[in-house]
Design a protein around this ligand. Sequence first.
Ligand code: BGC
Length: 393
Amino acid sequence: MKGKKLIAVAAGAVMAFTLAACSGSGAGDDSSADATTSAAPAESNGGDAAMEKGTIGVAMPTQTSERWIADGDAVKAGLEAEGYTVDLQFAGDDIPTQSQQIDSMITNGSQLLIVAAIDGTALSGQLEAAAAAGIPVIAYDRLIRDSANVDYYVTFDNYKVGVQQATSLLVGLGVLNADGSEGDAEGPFNIELFAGSLDDNNAHFFYSGAIDTLQPYIDSGVLVVPSGQTDIEQVATLRWAQETAQKRMEDLLTSSYSSEKVQGVLSPYDGISRGILTALSNAGYGPTIADGMPVVTGQDAEIASVKLINDDVQYATIFKDTRKLAAQAVAASLEFLAGATPEANDTTTYDNGVKVVPSYLLDSDIVYKDNITSLLVDSGYWTADEVASGVAE
Ligand code: BGC
């Protein structure tokens, strides 16, 4: 997969043979170097065609998760192929940095903004300025809330992603079969629940989809949550940070598992999953699922986690093809820039607190060990070598 060089070294470190070695910062190095730009000024980068067509601002949250690097690169390449100059910026998961980056995009004359927000509620001022300057705004993957000035939203069916995460947990435990039919296992199974960052609208959709799927089994006693922590506020993970998740898993093991074993963990994102797996490994679980590592879910099909799935350590992840998301963002941008309105396939779900934002939702898939090749390798998302090494080339 292209655009992964930056994180390859860190991902390799994460994939050091023992999980105990990967107590670091996830798929990438969470350093201040994350707040970067790959933009070049229009006058030096665009040539005549780009000068005529103008610049598009693309604001991405962070480079610590490899998907955002791939997203940014794919959007940039798609728009450049259409003759635009792209001001692509990553904000190091720092809210003021992202606000400043977007302010600069507006004052520097961007024709359109594509924004994956860090805090979905923090950009109202920027969006007001964009609207005053007649700049269309596309919310990318994450909804921007509390603003009338969001013109369009490209994302996946985020509730369904949560359903898929919970389904993969139930399949891993044997409660369901992979085809969705009831499995043989009756439990009771001890599970713990994790959610993403509360300031990310997606975290709420993922968790709703997951808990709606799990609740009937909790109610019937097939699933037990020994910590008792099931409210999203109790299980959330600020900024989706791997270390935060590792610490919470360690605390849960200490507080709720003196004699019992945990058998499943709902995790909303692969970086969080690796933190959870590290805590479990350090506590003597595993090394593989067959050895007693709990069933741990994920999201994003990050290469380090795909290798862990291939190695029977992590049970599943959710594949959201970011190439398709980027292509949809580019297509919608071109429509806006031509003065047209891009097609929406959902005009009811994403109420941002001020209005329902016309949205385009894409589909996602559950990745298990036995469909890594068909979903990820055959589609060219990762190569077989990358899956084997756990490192993006
Ligand atoms: C995205 C997920 C990602 C998470 C952490 C969410 O908004 O939809 O794909 O795992 O952020 O970066």
